[in-house]
Design a protein around this ligand. Sequence first.
Ligand SMILES: [Fe+2]
Ligand SMILES: [Fe+2]
Length: 269
Amino acid sequence: MGKLDIKPRNLKFALAGDDKRNWFAGNPVATAIMDGSSILFPVGETYFINAVVHFRDQVTDPKLLAEITAFQQQEGIHSREHRRYNNAIKAFGGDVDALEQRLRDEIARWDDSPLFKLAVTCAFEHFTAILADDLLSHPDFMKGADPEFSRIWHWHAIEEAEHKSVAYDVWNIVKPKGLAGYRMRTRAMRLATRVFLGQVHYNAAALLKARGEARGWRSIASALYFGLVKPGTLRRSLGVYLSYYRPGFHPWQHDNRKVIETYKAAYEA
Ligand SMILES: [Fe+2]
Ligand SMILES: [Fe+2]
């Protein structure tokens, strides 16, 4: 069960304006990678909410029930704010609606049994928890970024970190017993890994092209630099990512309460 109070903060962010083009320190590739991720959230988070709430009546523990409600509220507000984010970036170029539809089409091909949907949600929540932890533990991650874009990503990161175990705690109650549960959980993680990396890559490339910022191998080198060197999230998160494949995994085995606490005061609504 969670180690932190899960507190929905109903905030809004001012992200529109032509001066925000290349908002990530003037770096079009870093901007496109973050924007390409943002495009996944409204559809993705709606999927997560539905997947978790489906099993609500099998939960009896009052603390976990309260956490499910808070999770639902946090993801609902994230989805709303990333919808606003995605509308704001339309002005910079790129068919945001088509990219979002691409994710819907992808999801339509998945096994839609409630248990598998929950396993997929746990896997994506591990990704968002990893990215959140990496952002919060490295204060220079968004150095030079537009303050409002930096604020929305930090706010989202705090809340993803707070609620990182909710889906997983529900999973532990309802999962198939023994090896079948482990197999389903890791199958979902392989799917989530392929889809997350594939969609972010596709979206970022499409946005760069539409924005007139695609520079061939220079863009590829810049994206690799972003992922592997600075900030280098992919490189430094590999160990935590792999921990998911351990049979006794739980999200709070990576206890990052301290780093979350250092940011919280700035975002209390
Ligand atoms: Fe979220
Ligand atoms: Fe989440």
